[in-house]
Design a binder for this molecule. Structure first.
Ligand SMILES: Nc1ncnc2c1ncn2[C@@H]1O[C@H](COP(=O)(O)OP(=O)(O)OP(=O)(O)O)[C@@H](O)[C@H]1O
Ligand SMILES: [Mg+2]
Length: 258
């Protein structure tokens, strides 16, 4: 379980997250929502050991700030919101970085498996920089998957922390990546994903957490969070939620014209 209690994160002089409590279970997809600047990426970065924090964040009972980097790398993969690649790597070399940072070194076959999973196997030998933005995003996801391929290992559940994994993708690849998230959770792993698309979030989330100004203002199953009041308050615009018979809540901006 990911357990966060009394979490505060300061960046510069600003308290970006103040006194946040949250629990996320393996076997489930937890989606973090909230407006730009509400602290979603900061929460992910703190939970993955990339930012100093006060309070407590534990993964399987181990305090993140005290965990050695190699153990964190074995337990969880992190897809950052933006990743700079400074060297002229090929696509396969980018994915291999995931193998090297996890404990999967030597399992070379995972590079092609992970690329195939995101539909990028035929680009393995191409220079990464020649890919489109969405294609690059899919390769970065393949890198993270190569790092934590099995959802559960001898130590227990493993975790995917994904900051806007579908933001740059076309609809078919959004659905394909959501399938990867679902399969990982169904296999017993934990998935914590930041998303902006409220309707796609409602399709994939077992649990949602709505942030505003570094605090949780609503959490629970999609039906509890995708509702007019909390969303309109969080985003500062009028939003109305309807129902789609098969898939549940569906949201439309209320304004007649933009
Ligand atoms: N290095 C930094 N120094 C000072 N403030 C920062 C720093 N990084 C982020 N912030 C501030 O922290 C707040 C939260 O940023 P964060 O990146 O967590 O937002 P977010 O919810 O992920 O937004 P988005 O949807 O735009 O990705 C923002 O107001 C941002 O300006
Ligand atoms: Mg962000």
């Amino acid at each position: 379980m990911l357990r966060i209690s009394g979490l505060s994160v300061h960046l510069g002089r600003r308290a970006v997250i103040g006194g946040l409590d949250l629990a996320a279970l393996p076997g489930a997809v937890t989606v973090i929502l909230g407006p730009n600047g509400s602290g979603k990426s900061t929460l992910i970065r703190a939970a993955t050991g990339e930012l100093p924090y006060t309070g407590s964040i534990t993964l399987a009972g181990e305090e993140i700030r005290a965990a050695p980097a190699w153990r964190l790398a074995a337990r969880r993969g992190v897809l950052e919101q933006a990743t700079q690649v400074a060297f002229p790597f090929t696509v396969a070399e980018i994915v291999r970085l995931g193998l090297q940072s996890g404990l999967a070194a030597g399992r070379e076959g995972l590079v092609m498996q992970a690329l195939a999973e995101v539909g990028m196997a035929d680009t393995a030998a191409r220079p990464f920089h020649e890919l489109s933005g969405g294609q690059q995003a899919r390769v970065h996801l393949a890198r993270v998957r190569a790092q934590v391929w099995e959802a559960v290992d001898a130590e227990g559940p493993r975790w995917l922390f994904l900051d806007e994994p579908v933001a740059a993708l076309d609809i078919a690849h959004q659905l394909a990546v959501m399938r990867i998230m679902r399969d990982f959770a169904d296999a017993g792993g934990g998935v914590v994903a930041v998303m902006h698309d409220l309707n796609l979030s409602a399709m994939i989330a077992d649990r949602m957490v709505l942030l505003s100004e570094g605090r949780i203002i609503a959490e629970g199953p999609p039906d509890a969070v995708i509702s007019d009041g909390p969303l309109s308050r969080a985003y500062g615009c009028a939003l109305r939620v309807g129902q789609v018979p098969v898939s549940g809540p569906w949201l439309l901006p209320q304004a007649a014209r933009i």
